[in-house]
Design a protein around this ligand. Structure first.
Ligand code: DAH
Length: 356
């Protein structure tokens, strides 16, 4: 009995895992285990022998069961310890720095412009950047021989050999969206179209891609007076100070009459300040929509009339935020973006403030 005891107590102490423990349990105290077999022999003993052997065997059985349970618990503890070691987490470590990007000034101004015009009842229209030359030119009363075509430094998207249809162009202005939106919405209508435009031009003040916002309002009796009010309202909201405008007679193929619009500014100390002084700065082209343009948009010029304007978003962004170099807008220099960018959670609204 002492041999059995030593054998199993030692084996249990050395068991590597639960499966080995179970094997040992069956070998020792299972139905056909060694201790159980010994118990069966009790019947063949004399009563005196049985009185000694019986309790001893029972005690041995209890001891082995206790050892099995203790070992089982020890194995489970060890497994848990091992897991805790690998899953260990130091909650006192400082958090990793979260890098937060900024909103590009163009995106910011785009949203500001949209918010201001939305408040005056203008919706936002969109059109393709790869444009049919009919929408970019002909429909806007710029026929193929017109000098404006040559002046626009247009990027052409050449067709395949043998395809003689006119080439697509990268839109040179947002004006083609006038035609598409008139076709889609009819009259009366009031919308702006902010977007990217392209011209083959690159120097201090020009980039091959830049941004414009087009505006259009069509009704029964819309006039230049409405245009002037809308623009003054826009510039005053945008610059956060009352801004006067000056209309100069000009010429665009798609408007008649046409006007270039200047905003009031001062040039003192080598910097431009909008809304003060008696200087002027040209910021947009505009006019009453040409009857041929209304017609191209499927709107009857005998019944409807309206104004249109187009201005450079990049230009008014530079003016408002004192950004001196246009080309830096599109360099993707992180230091520049951090300096001129806007907090991502501050969405410009008229009630919440256009910018911070
Ligand atoms: N499309 C013109 C340009 O890119 C700007 C313009 C002028 C737009 C007069 C208009 C307008 O809608 O009426 O230079």
């Amino acid at each position: 009995m002492e041999d059995l005891r030593n054998k199993y107590i030692e084996a249990i102490a050395n068991a590597a895992d639960e499966a080995a423990l179970e094997d040992l349990r069956l070998q020792a105290v299972g139905k056909k285990g060694e201790v159980s077999l010994k118990m069966r022999e009790l019947g063949k003993m004399t009563p005196e022998e049985r009185q000694v052997a019986g309790p001893a065997l029972n005690a041995l059985k209890d001891e082995i069961n206790a050892a099995l349970n203790a070992k089982k618990a020890a194995l489970a503890d060890a497994a848990l310890d091992a897991r805790l070691k690998t899953e260990w987490l130091d909650v006192t470590l400082p958090v990793r720095e979260q890098r937060r990007g900024t909103i590009h000034p163009i995106s910011q101004v785009w949203e500001e412009v949209t918010a201001i015009f939305a408040d005056m009842g203008f919706s936002v229209a969109e059109g393709p950047q790869v444009e049919d030359d009919w929408y970019n030119f002909d429909a806007l009363n710029i026929p193929s021989h017109h000098p404006a075509r040559a002046e626009m430094d247009t990027f052409y998207m050449h067709r395949e050999e043998g395809d003689n249809r006119p080439p697509h162009v990268l839109r040179t202005h947002t004006s083609p969206v006038q035609i598409r939106t008139m076709q889609e919405k009819g009259a009366p209508v009031r919308f702006i179209c902010p977007g990217r435009v392209y011209r083959a031009d690159y120097d201090q003040t020009h980039t091959p891609m830049f941004h414009q916002v087009e505006g259009m309002a069509i009704g029964k009796d819309i006039s230049m007076a409405n245009l002037k009010w809308v623009l003054e309202e826009f510039f005053s909201a945008y610059f956060g100070t009352s801004v006067k405008t000056r209309f100069r007679a000009s010429h665009f193929p798609f408007t008649e009459p046409s006007a270039e619009v200047d905003i009031q500014c001062s040039w003192e100390g080598g910097t431009v300040k909008v809304g003060e002084g008696d200087g002027w700065l040209e910021v947009l082209g505009s006019g009453m929509i040409h009857p041929k343009v209304l017609q191209a948009g499927g709107i009857d010029p005998e019944e409807w009339q309206g104004f249109a304007f187009g201005m450079g978003i990049d230009r008014i962004a530079m003016l408002k935020y004192g950004i001196p170099d246009l080309r830096a807008f599109f360099d993707s220099d992180l230091r520049w973006l951090k300096h001129y960018g806007f907090a991502p959670l501050d969405v410009p609204t008229l009630h919440g403030g256009l910018s911070r």
